[in-house]
Design a protein around this ligand. Structure first.
Ligand code: ARG
Length: 475
């Protein structure tokens, strides 16, 4: 059913209708559209534009329609242009011409902007909850390996030994910033466009602030032209989702490396790996690869909406219809990846021995020699040089740093006493890294514990905001 047509003598050509319809993707907005219609109805009744008798009939029909939509018994038809037209058809089927009364003072322009905000708020709160699950899985693993030494890398070369739990926990820290981005986004985005109409507000006695409050927003748009044009909330949401995707891709890359034969650190659970159709021995880290690969489409979705908005005149232009599929795709992509990655993290077993054996190799303890010299008064630049000479000698002789003889040490520099060997152990190196955020086992444990506290308060926030949102939606 078209919501327009009075001034046209012909219906749109098939090709035009096919191009312009959005029902094939915007139907997911139906519950939000119905809820904002209820808010609009309240305002029309308050303004005396709909009698209380009619208002009761319409509200009852909206509730029925919502149950039918959620139950899948009311479905869009091929001839419906978009979610708004389909739902008005549903209402008119129940109420006759009374079903069209809600259009007073409202346009699809403020309507779609309102629906999208509600949809995005609902969905980002859900994403936040899935992030918490993944963080919990990462920190449980980090705890399990909070005493396990492993080589730490820069440039993918052995750099300094670290605690493996420290490596795992870092991903939960990155995701915590994403959670807090969702929280600040939420505060900024709770602004209602409803009441802006097509672009200019309304001559009817509507009350945008009251409908905003009814829908759980903290305020209404202060400029009606901006209200129907603004997609900042959506772009910011896409950015947050893309950044989450980028964080997950870095995690995915590590899992791929760790599960490789060369590393041999990670053993994936059979339920979280896949095989090859030709090579019977293969067990592939496909979940990690997909997490890495899907970051591409999340970034693409963000840039596609930014490009669509660039230079777009204000108020509504049909270009804006292109804001939806990228958002829906980013959300469904993350809703697929997040639980799969959580399961993968929970079930991966790491080889402590292999990681510990590899921790001191590649001269990863050379910094300890430099720090040792600094403690006895050598300026760091000189200490660095001396430690470099130790590495050079070892490389020439094919030995490790702790295998240098007393005389070889003294020959390199007189400040290198035999007791330098005491710092040339992985355990010594690790337990000395007690600075805030450092890799000493005691520091790692306290970092994990304080992040767990932070996550649990974030989790409470997500739960209470989600409950509040569902309460508003169910009203
Ligand atoms: N389906 C449209 C969209 O998604 C709804 C708004 C249409 N407004 C208009 N003036 N044609 O953006």
């Amino acid at each position: 059913m078209a919501l327009w047509g009075g001034r046209f003598s012909e219906s749109p050509a098939d090709a035009v209708f096919a191009l312009s319809r959005s029902i094939q993707f915007d139907w997911v907005l139906a519950p939000y559209d119905l809820r904002s219609s209820m808010a609009h109805l309240t305002i029309l009744e308050k303004a005396g534009l709909i009698s209380s008798g009619d208002s009761q009939l319409i509200r009852k029909a909206l509730h029925e329609l919502r149950a039918e939509v959620l139950g899948g018994t009311f479905l869009p038809k091929a001839e419906d242009e978009d979610v708004h037209s389909a739902l008005e058809r549903g209402l008119t089927e129940k109420l006759g011409s009374l079903g069209g009364s809600l259009r007073a003072g409202r346009s699809r322009n403020d309507q779609v902007a309102t629906d999208l905000r509600l949809f995005t708020i609902d969905n980002l709160l859900q994403i936040g909850r899935s992030l918490v699950e993944l963080q919990m899985a990462l920190l449980a693993k980090a705890k399990e390996y909070s005493d396990a030494p492993a080589p730490g890398f820069t440039h993918l070369q052995h750099a300094q030994p670290v605690i493996f739990g420290h490596e795992l926990a870092k991903h939960a820290h990155a995701l915590q910033r994403d959670s807090s981005r969702i929280q600040s986004w939420f505060e900024r985005s709770r602004v209602s466009p409803l009441g802006a109409g097509a672009l200019a507000g309304s001559s009817l006695a509507l009350d945008p602030l009251a409908s905003a409050a009814d829908l759980g927003f903290t305020s209404a748009s202060a400029n009606s032209i901006d209200a129907v044009s603004d997609r900042d909330f959506l772009v910011e949401a896409l950015f947050i989702l893309a950044l989450i995707g980028s964080h997950l891709s870095r995690m995915g890359e590590e899992w791929c490396l760790w599960a490789s034969t060369e590393f041999g650190w990670a053993k994936l659970d059979d339920a979280f790996a896949t095989g090859s159709s030709i090579m019977p021995q293969k067990k592939n880290p496909d979940i990690a690869e997909l997490a890495r690969g899907k970051a591409g489409r999340l970034i693409g979705n963000l840039t596609s909406v930014l490009a669509m908005l660039k230079g777009l005149p204000f108020a509504y232009n049909r270009d804006l219809q292109e804001d939806k599929e990228p958002l829906f795709d980013s959300l469904s992509t993350l809703n697929l990846i997040l639980p799969a990655l959580t399961g993968m993290v929970e079930t991966t077993v790491f080889d402590r021995n292999k990681m510990a054996k590899s921790a001191p190799t590649g001269f990863s303890l050379a910094t300890e020699i430099a720090d040792y010299l600094v403690r006895s008064g050598t300026p760091f630049a000189r200490a660095h040089e001396i430690a470099g000479e130790c590495v050079h000698t070892c490389e020439r002789r094919g030995i490790e740093l702790h295998e240098l003889s007393d005389s070889e040490l003294a020959q390199i520099d007189s400040a290198l006493k035999p007791d330098v060997r005491l710092v040339l152990t992985v355990d010594g190196a690790l337990s000395s890294r007690t600075t805030f955020g450092g890799t000493a086992p005691s520091s790692v444990t306290s970092q994990i514990n304080s992040l767990l506290l932070e996550i649990s308060s974030t989790q409470d926030w997500f739960t209470s905001e989600s409950n509040r949102f569902s309460g508003m939606m169910g009203a």
